[in-house]
Design a protein around this ligand. Sequence first.
Ligand SMILES: [Mg+2]
Length: 184
Amino acid sequence: MASKRKLAIDLDSVLADTMVIWVEEFNKRNNSSITKDNIISWDISKILDISITEVSDIFTYIWDKRWIDIPSTEPSIGNIVSNLHNKGFRISILTKRYRTSVSNVIKWLDLHKIHCDDLMFVYDDAPKTDYPFDILVDDAPINFSDLVQPRIGILFNQPWNKNFSWPVRIDALSEVINIIKSYD
Ligand SMILES: [Mg+2]
């Protein structure tokens, strides 16, 4: 039997719509009214004219204190991931993050009933392409820079990656299955 194809899925802004709560928290602190759609570049600090420390402080804060408010990018995301697993994929969640957020990330995945066969936390700057997968779904174009065929990179559309030229894009995780079919 052929081994299962490995599907690696990013967490922030692919499974979890983290920036929705990030902007909410930013607005509270700055008495502003921006939305996720205003984040049109990867470099949030430049767009909003705040320090890189403030950007990461808000990330740390929301995963620490507001993780339960962070919505999934689609309703019933757990079912969507389970469907992909049932279609024969091995599901890896591959996420680069601070060590302190790990326990709440696990709670968030449980709350949303998201199946995974393994869960990989990257603490340093190792590129995601160092990890084993056949297909990677991510919103960060930088993670596709060392990707070589036959590995497939699927870019998850977000306002900050619109200007990046990449042929394979989805708006929702449920679209992954159609993309894969076209490569079969
Ligand atoms: Mg991400």
